[in-house]
Write a protein that binds this ligand. Structure first.
Ligand code: SF4
Length: 73
């Protein structure tokens, strides 16, 4: 993936079952709601936070996190 661009962070609350991996692995990008489900804290991230966001997306067991390049919108 090319660097420099921003990533949009999308979270599918229907798919999320609350494993909590996103807000543990990416605490600056995700937060938890009162049921322990992930919520997006930063909807647009770059550089350091994009690393966190990718880690969360790769480790979400439900594939509830989608990252999109903000550049080619
Ligand atoms: S890791 Fe995935 S399933 Fe778990 S709380 Fe986060 S978005 Fe939801």
């Amino acid at each position: 993936m090319s660097g420099g661009g921003k990533l949009k962070v999308e979270h599918d609350s229907n798919a999320c079952v609350g494993h909590g991996r996103c807000y543990v692995l990416a605490p600056d990008v995700f937060d938890e709601d009162e049921r322990g489900h992930g919520v997006v804290k930063q909807a647009s991230v770059h550089a350091e936070l994009a690393k966190q966001a990718r880690l969360a997306a790769e480790n979400c067991p439900e594939d509830a996190i989608t990252l999109r390049s903000d550049d080619d919108a």
